[in-house]
Design a binder for this molecule. Structure first.
Ligand SMILES: [Mn+2]
Length: 358
């Protein structure tokens, strides 16, 4: 029995006969959530998730990958028409659940052409199931976290005067891949000096100079599960303000950790951190939410923010990443991935975060 199916169906607000997960040109991560498939692209393929069984509709191209995936039955198609015929039969039911967050309008129209069923958006039930991790998922994320923790240490020897942001970013990727990542989980953020003030900066050709902040935000994907870490260093001697900002962010993160616990609202941790930063001279310079769930996606559905109604539970994994950003000056962000346990949190990203002048 697929325990993930049980979780998803347990979260439904309205009953459905089956949940139809379709991969367009971009896959729906729920396909991989249900099948646990570690290889394969599965473009144009679909999963039919019943309350007690999982069926796959896959192209011949993906047959070998599908054989290794979790499923109870699989249907192989060679041509689009065959796929349509299989789906016509399978979708001849009363109520079909879809992932409204991922299914394109085009796919929706095609779905309406082949079935008279009532279409119900079950995206919330899917996201909620993915929030609470199972043992195997935790282990995969833990390994992805180990990779980036090690890279945070090893990358320091590449941080030399004159290196460009994109060159350092390339080394980050290379180190992750050498340690077993299949790919970076998102485009590396590698920013020097004043560029660190832009939270989602893309590495450019800025050259590293003495006294620069070096902000590295990156993640590894391994067996489809991700990690996400940020460390900020100062290259050579820091000025007092740089250190002060760093220590403020570090303290903010500690406040965040204290408030991430079972039974608490996720938004409370954000509020506590924001209130703290706003009580310092860096008021208003924390400009994003405290963190987000991670899993098969880097932003896996939920944020630690008062606008999100979420009560924290055991086995959820969130980033905790306060930051302070000063335009034209620079910024500091410190980010770790934490596993929520019954009466404490476990920090999965272990790289040191004392103030470091390289
Ligand atoms: Mn993050």
């Amino acid at each position: 029995m697929n325990t993930k199916l049980k979780k998803i169906y347990g979260n439904l607000e309205k009953e459905v006969d089956l949940i139809y997960i379709e991969n367009g040109s971009d896959p729906d991560m729920n396909f991989f959530y249900l099948t646990g498939a570690e290889s394969g692209l599965f473009e144009g393929c679909a999963a039919l998730a019943y309350p007690d069984s999982l069926e796959l509709v896959v192209s011949l191209l993906e047959e070998e990958s599908a054989k290794k995936a979790k499923k109870d039955r699989m249907h192989i198609f060679k041509k689009r028409e065959e796929k349509k015929d299989i789906l016509k039969k399978k979708l001849n039911v009363d109520r079909i659940g879809i992932n409204g967050k991922n299914l394109s309008y085009d796919s929706y129209k095609k779905l309406k052409e082949i079935t008279k069923a009532e279409i119900i958006d079950v995206s919330t039930a899917l996201s909620k199931a993915r929030l609470v991790k199972e043992k195997d998922e935790i282990e995969k994320i833990r390994k992805a976290c180990n990779i980036v923790s090690e890279v945070c240490e090893e990358i320091k020897s590449y941080i030399k005067e004159g290196i460009k942001e994109y060159e350092l970013s390339a080394e980050m990727t290379y180190l992750m891949l050498k340690k077993g990542a299949t790919e970076p989980s998102f485009t590396n953020i590698c920013s020097f000096g004043e560029n660190a003030a832009e939270p989602h900066y893309t590495a450019g050709n800025r050259v590293l100079k003495k006294g620069d902040y070096v902000l590295l935000d990156f993640g590894a994907r391994r067996k489809r599960y991700v990690s996400d870490i940020t460390r900020t260093f100062v290259f050579r001697k820091a000025e007092a303000k740089q250190k002060e900002i760093y220590e403020t962010v570090l303290k903010a993160q500690e406040i965040g950790f204290e408030n991430v616990k079972v039974g608490e609202k996720g938004g409370n941790a954000h509020k506590a951190v924001e209130n703290f930063i706003n009580s310092t001279k860096y008021k208003g310079r924390f400009t994003h939410s405290l963190g987000h769930s991670i899993g098969l996606a880097v932003h896996d559905g939920y944020s630690l923010h008062p606008s999100v109604d979420l009560t924290l539970e055991e086995n959820m994994i969130f980033t905790v990443e306060p930051g302070i950003y000063i335009p034209k000056y620079g910024g500091v962000r410190i980010e770790d991935d934490v596993l929520i346990k019954k009466d404490k949190i476990e920090i999965l990203t272990k790289a040191p975060k004392n103030f470091i002048e390289l």
